[in-house]
Design a protein around this ligand. Structure first.
Ligand code: 26Q
Length: 840
């Protein structure tokens, strides 16, 4: 400590959990905290500390300042008989933590000052060294993170439960235009934000058999004798709300080997056998499955799901037992949200824990389960709907299978009473899929076990009812609802776009950050040229920053005054990055043919990862890079067109991209994108959208107004009609010479150094099957892009539309989404946390 004051060593008193000195939030206190951590925690001397050391020291100092709030929040939950949200998700894509915590604590300036005293000029360069934990694939994982942030900000008690993958989503590098996957070693430099809690570890079983027995009271019971097990060790990440004391817990389970089972093997000298089992159970939390959208049905994935779900439910039950609360009151204390079907095994596991371990009868257990569990669906794509092969499931979870059979038997009985003689409906709603090899449909298990099922945008929720689960909707219309996704303005505006945030503070006052509807007040300035220019300048400064990043990464110079036209998201055929890429080729051809008078100068930017086994998606990345190479090397394109593929798109890069975007590409085939959340981040940051009537685009367009949105493409029902008729992409190609020419040029090898075979799988697919109707939407997409070009000419008008997009994006704050979940699904209330001692 540089301060000469003695440490205040008062013992913790109620409401005051620590030495207030150590929780001080002025620059002096932060500096002292850093000094202490450098020395005692990191074993470093200030003069020789690296930037990474300083990042660690600052992070530890900030973490200290979370602790009072975190422990007070945990204590408030323990002491109050109030409901807590348990958000179960296989993915939490929380992104970098330091700046978020500084913002929410309100000490960005103080931290910057403290760093200055160590000779570091800017906070930004320190933030740069933080590794983000890539514990998710994309939208679903990031949504979980936005929701946890809003829950804390709204002071709603919540625990996020998930897996602490040792290796998160792979890092993407681009080699010769192809994606190459590299292991994500996010823990290698030490990650200061987690608190391991080995004393709260839980046991989980796998495999083995079940048996019946008669208990002391003469009742027939079943029990599970697993033949393999693992220990889940909680690693807790404190998640602080914005300028509140509420600091919730993200509890991520790491799998450890158990030793007890192997003492026998060990004793008889089978040392390697014992170690093998240890290695086996440790692989459980090793790696995140990188395929979003396709269900691979892999054994280890099912093990991961059961592992984290079982640990989490045991943890919830234990919390009641510790507080001497009756298990029957579980639904009064916990509301369990399933983030897609990945944690849907919870329905069977909660039943098992209640019946086999706590000896409740079936009816009571079922009542508890169905009053606690709710399910969010995130996809309609048939290939993404989770199904587990029955044999595989039985070999891993034999007792759960028995329970699922019983759930199904009772459910089908009800359905039979309601629809006598209708075997067709029974087949359709059964949890067991009897077609082909028998399989367990996890969406059916979740739907039957949940009190609410919601989709993530109005259109999507409607399609769930009409197409995905129509029979269930008839049976339980009241269960089905919508909660349109949202994103947190703290990360996606305040952190990502400080220039815009400053302007908003100045113009409408700082309350927008927790009340995004206030952005509406910007509309009064829509005709104020000076203000529009100022607003436009925040965008320009975002573009200058991104341009410099692009230059550093790829050596390509892009012009910040050109239109930044951006599509960042997972690479998937339904998201149609190839539609965008083809459009770029037509723009290129127009320039080549001297027909570029009305074209706006554009920098077209792509970013996103492809699932490693998804050939077409990887070929699309290669295709974009092929186009980029040709276009960027052509002097005719100078000042007119540039194409960039940003490698390794992740949360951190997203924070650079959203503020720098003029045009947001949201061009999925109608009916395929459940919601999208990037679309919201773009709009909040003032980008205009070119998009289809899909997912939340529909609502974005409604809110921002149709004049301020570039709409194109077939509607969901038109797509259905095409699908049901005999869709022939060739007929659309023949009608459009520009499209024909673009495809022809690709086949000539123009974007592949003369290789005429490279992109054949792509062009053949588009010419013959075109499963996502790229050809059917192409002409209308070109038309919409032409109106984008026209709109770009009038900068003031563009800025006005941009302002309106930002001003009307308030609905897409995750605070609004979370309030809807609280009121219409969870029935939970905020629990403000008081801290009595002075943490200044
Ligand atoms: C399933 C089984 C086996 C292996 C992997 C998976 C798996 C993993 C991740 C399946 C799907 C995902 C992720 C899906 C996802 O991110 N969906 C997106 O969710 C967003 C939040 O609701 C929506 O905005 C997007 O529209 C939706 O695509």
């Amino acid at each position: 400590m540089s301060s000469s004051k003695p440490l205040d060593l008062r013992l913790p008193t109620p409401g005051c959990y620590a030495d207030p000195e150590r929780a001080g939030i002025d620059a002096d206190a932060v500096f002292d905290g850093m000094t202490e951590h450098l020395f005692f925690t990191l074993g470093k001397l200030a003069p020789t500390a690296s930037l990474h050391d300083l990042y660690m020291a600052l992070s530890y100092a900030v973490r200290d300042r979370l602790m009072t709030r975190y422990l007070a929040s945990m204590e408030a939950i323990r002491a109050q008989p109030q409901k807590t949200v348990a958000y179960l998700s296989a993915e939490f894509l929380i992104g970098p933590q330091l700046n978020n915590n500084l913002l929410n604590l309100g000490i960005q300036k103080e931290a910057e000052e403290a760093l200055r005293r160590f000779g570091i000029e800017s906070l930004a360069e320190t933030l740069e060294v933080e590794e983000e934990p890539g514990l998710g694939n994309g939208g679903l994982g990031r949504l979980a993170a936005c929701y946890m942030e809003s829950l804390a900000t709204l002071q709603v008690p919540a625990v996020g439960y998930g897996i602490r993958y040792e290796f998160g989503i792979f890092n993407q590098i681009i080699r010769n235009g192809w994606q190459v996957e590299v292991t994500d070693k996010w823990l290698k430099g030490g990650w200061p934000w987690e608190l391991p809690q080995p004393d709260e570890a839980c046991f989980v079983g796998f495999g083995g058999r079940t048996e019946s027995y008669i208990d002391d009271k003469g009742n027939y019971r079943s029990r599970w004798i697993p033949n393999e097990n693992a220990i889940g060790v909680p690693h807790d990440v404190p998640l602080l709300g914005y300028r509140v004391n509420s600091c919730n817990r993200l509890r991520l389970w790491r799998a450890d080997a158990t030793e007890s089972f192997d003492f026998y093997a060990f004793n008889i000298g089978d040392y390697y056998g014992a170690v093998e089992e240890k290695v086996g159970s440790e692989t459980l939390s090793k790696v995140l499955y990188p395929n979003d959208g396709t269900d691979e049905g892999r054994r280890l994935r099912l093990k991961q799901q059961h592992f984290f779900v079982s640990c989490s439910l045991q943890d919830m039950l234990r919390s009641l037992e510790n507080r001497k609360i009756s298990i029957k009151d579980f639904p009064k204390h916990w509301t369990v949200q399933l983030n897609d079907t990945h944690p849907a095994i919870a329905v069977a596991e909660l039943m098992r824990l209640l019946i086999d371990d706590r000896y409740l009868d079936w009816e009571t257990a079922w009542e508890i389960t169905t009053q606690s569990v709710a399910y969010t669906n995130h996809t309609l794509l048939p290939e993404a709907l989770e199904k587990w092969d029955l044999g595989l499931f039985k070999s891993l979870l034999p007792r759960h299978l028995e329970i699922i059979y019983e759930i199904n038997r009772r459910f089908l009985q009800q359905v039979r009473l309601r629809y006598p003689g209708n075997d067709n409906i029974l087949r359709k709603v059964s949890i067991i899929d009897e077609e082909g090899g028998k399989a367990i449909r996890m969406a059916h298990l979740a739907t039957i076990g949940a009190h609410h099922i919601n989709g993530v945008a109005a259109l999507h929720s409607d399609l769930i009812k009409r197409q995905l689960l129509p029979e269930f909707t008839k049976i339980w219309p009241e269960k089905f609802t919508n909660v349109t996704n949202g994103v947190t303005p703290r990360r996606w505006v305040a952190l990502a776009n400080p220039k815009l945030a400053d302007l908003l503070d100045k113009e409408i006052g700082p309350s927008w950050i927790t009340n995004m509807e206030l952005l509406k007040n910007l509309e009064s300035r829509e005709n104020d040229s000076n203000f529009l220019e100022e607003f436009g300048n925040t965008k320009l400064s975002g573009k200058i920053k991104l341009a410099s990043y692009i230059h550093r990464q790829s050596g390509v110079l892009v012009d910040p005054s050109s239109m930044f036209d951006v599509q960042v998201k997972r690479i998937h055929q339904y998201k149609r990055q190839h539609l965008n890429a083809l459009q770029v080729i037509t723009q290129y051809l127009r320039i080549k043919n001297g027909q570029d008078q009305s074209l706006a100068p554009r920098t077209v930017i792509f970013g996103g990862k492809a699932a490693p086994g998804y050939f077409m998606a990887k070929l699309i990345i290669r295709f974009i890079n092929g186009i980029a190479e040709t276009v960027n090397a052509d002097p005719d394109m100078d000042g007119r067109l540039k194409v960039i593929f940003l490698a390794d798109y992740n949360v951190k890069l997203g924070e650079q991209v959203y503020p720098a975007t003029d045009l947001s590409e949201q061009i999925s085939t109608a009916g395929k994108e459940a919601s999208g959340t990037g679309n919201m981040k773009f709009a909040m940051n003032g980008a205009l959208t070119i998009g289809t009537l899909d997912g939340a685009n529909v609502e974005i367009r409604e809110k921002v107004g149709e004049q301020n949105f570039f709409l194109f493409g077939k509607t969901e029902s038109e797509i259905m009609d095409l699908q049901n008729a005999n869709y022939m992409p060739q007929s659309y190609i023949e009608e459009l010479p520009e499209l024909e020419e673009a495809l022809h040029l690709i086949d000539l090898g123009h974007f592949s150094n003369g290789d005429t075979e490279l992109f054949k799988p792509l062009t053949n697919n588009l010419r013959t099957r075109d499963p996502f109707f790229v050809m059917a939407d192409f002409a209308d997409y070109l038309r919409a892009q032409d109106s984008v070009n026209r709109a770009w000419i009038d900068k003031k008008e563009w800025n006005r539309m941009s302002l309106i997009n930002c001003a009307r994006s308030g609905f897409f704050s995750s605070d609004r989404s979370i309030m809807e979940y609280c009121n219409s699904i969870w029935n939970v209330e905020p629990l403000p946390v008081e801290i009595t001692c002075d943490v200044n």
